[in-house]
Design a protein around this ligand. Structure first.
Ligand SMILES: O=C(O)C(=O)C[C@]1(C(=O)O)C=C[C@@H](O)C=C1
Length: 379
C-alpha cells in the first residue's frame, strides 16, 4: 500500500468553490491543531463562560451605547437568564479526530447526543484538548472488527492521564466517492484513512486502485472535492459524500457487511463504577519476563469467572513509565511489553477488586484506565 501523510496531501481551501447539495462544508469551525492546544490553556478569555459573559455585556444598554462612557460592567444575572445559560452551557464539547463527516464525528454524536463535536487534527490533539479544558470529552476509535486495533490510541492512553468513561460501537459502511461525473473506470488512486483502506482491501484490489493513506476518511473526501480530481477517489461515508458534494460510485464496499468500530469516551475524571448495568473495566499492566507469567496474569480473571473481551500487547518504550504513577509499583529494568486487557466486570464488583489485587502481587506495573458501562446496543 502506498502511504503518504495527509499533511502534504490535504491542503487548506483558499479559493471559494461551489459545491452542489451542500451548504458550505468548508465554513465549519477550524479543527483544533496542535498549536492551539499547546497555546490555549484552561478556559480563559475565549471560554464559553467568557463568551456568554460578553454576550450578556452586549445586551446591556449601559455598556455599549455610544453616549455612554461608563466602564463595561456586566448586567447582573437574573434567575431567568441563569437557567437559559445553564441549558446552553450543558452542551458538551466533544473532541474527535478528523474533519466533518468522519466516522469519529458520528461516534461522538452517538456517544453524546446534542454535543458540539469538535474536530481535531490528530488523536494526540484530542487528548490534549481534554487535558487543557478546551473540550469536555474525547471520543476516539480503539478497535475495528475487520482492521483490528488502533495501536496509536493504545499508546496515547498510557501517555496521557485521561479516564475511559464509556464506549460506543458504530457500524462502519464505506462508500467509494469521486468528483461529480467521474466513473469507477476513470479512477487510478483512492485516498482514505489506513483503517478504512484495510477494511476495503478486497474491493479496492478488485477495482485495481492504488491506495494512499490520509488522516481520516472525510479528509480524503474533502481533498478530492477541493481538487476536483478526475482519477482520484476517496473511501468515506455516505454522509461525507453529501457534505462535500461527491458522487457515490459504490456503497458498502467494506470486506464484511458487519464492520464495527469501537470508540472510547475519554474524560478528565473517572466515573463512579456501578453494578446496576453491565460494566467493563480496562487495565494496562506489565509483567516480569519468564515462563508462565502471562498465563498467571490471565488466570486471576479466569479463576473468578470474569470474561475477558480484549487483550492487546504493545511494545513499551522505556521512558513511557518513567513518570511517577500512583498505581505503579516497582519498575523492572527491562520489560519490553505492556498488556492492555478489557474485562466484563465493574470495579464496584468484589471479584474485579480481588482479581486486580491478585494481579498486583506479581505485575511490575498496573493502571486502571477506566470502569464504564458496556455498549450493548446495536452498533
Ligand atoms: O477516518 C475516519 O472517518 C475515522 O473516524 C477514523 C476511523 C479509524 O481510525 O478507525 C474510524 C472508523 C473507521 O474504522 C475508519 C476510520
Amino acid at each position: 500500500m502506498a502511504t503518504t501523510t495527509s499533511r502534504s496531501l490535504i491542503t487548506p481551501l483558499n479559493s471559494p468553490i461551489q459545491y452542489p447539495n451542500c451548504r458550505n462544508p468548508f465554513s465549519t469551525a477550524k479543527p483544533i491543531t496542535r498549536s492551539h492546544s499547546i497555546h490555549i490553556h484552561a478556559r480563559g478569555s475565549g471560554s464559553n463562560d467568557a463568551i456568554e459573559l460578553q454576550k450578556l455585556m452586549q445586551n446591556s444598554p449601559y455598556e455599549f451605547s455610544s453616549r455612554d462612557t461608563l466602564p463595561s460592567l456586566p448586567r447582573p444575572l437574573t434567575s431567568a437568564r441563569l437557567s437559559n445559560l445553564a441549558a446552553e452551557g450543558s452542551r458538551l464539547r466533544v473532541a474527535y479526530q478528523g474533519v466533518r463527516g468522519a466516522y469519529s464525528e458520528s461516534a461522538a454524536e452517538k456517544a453524546y447526543p446534542n454535543c458540539e463535536a469538535v474536530p481535531c487534527e490528530q488523536f494526540d490533539t484530542a487528548f490534549q484538548a481534554v487535558e487543557k479544558w478546551l473540550v469536555d470529552r474525547a471520543v476516539l476509535p480503539i478497535e475495528n472488527s475487520l482492521g483490528g486495533s488502533i495501536h496509536r490510541n493504545y499508546d496515547l492512553l498510557l501517555r496521557h492521564r485521561l479516564h475511559i468513561v464509556g464506549e460506543v460501537k458504530l457500524s462502519i459502511r464505506h462508500c467509494l466517492l469521486a468528483s461529480p461525473g467521474v466513473k469507477i473506470e476513470n479512477l487510478k488512486r483512492v485516498l482514505s484513512h489506513p483503517q478504512a483502506l484495510a477494511q476495503c482491501e478486497n474491493t479496492l484490489t478488485k477495482f485495481g486502485l492504488v491506495r494512499e493513506a490520509v488522516d481520516d476518511t472525510a479528509g480524503a473526501a474533502k481533498h478530492v472535492a477541493l481538487h476536483g480530481f478526475y482519477d482520484v477517489g476517496a473511501v468515506a461515508s455516505f454522509n461525507a459524500a453529501k457534505i462535500y458534494g461527491l458522487d457515490v460510485l459504490a456503497q458498502d464496499i467494506q470486506d464484511d457487511a458487519d464492520n464495527v468500530t469501537r470508540f472510547l469516551m475519554l474524560a478528565r475524571e473517572p466515573i463512579i463504577p456501578g453494578t446496576d448495568k453491565p460494566f467493563k473495566t480496562s487495565i494496562v499492566f506489565s509483567l516480569e519476563e519468564g515462563p508462565g507469567f502471562l498465563f498467571k496474569a490471565l488466570a486471576v480473571f479466569a479463576m473468578r469467572n470474569i470474561n475477558l473481551t480484549k487483550i492487546e500487547s504493545r511494545p513499551l518504550p522505556k521512558q513511557a513509565l518513567q513518570t511517577s504513577d500512583d498505581n505503579a509499583m516497582c519498575f523492572p529494568k527491562y520489560f519490553p511489553y505492556l498488556f492492555y486487557v478489557d474485562f466484563e466486570a465493574s470495579m464496584a464488583d468484589q471479584r474485579a477488586q480481588n482479581a486486580l489485587g491478585h494481579l498486583k502481587e506479581f505485575a511490575t506495573f498496573m493502571r486502571v484506565l477506566g470502569s464504564y458501562p458496556a455498549d450493548i446496543g446495536l452498533p
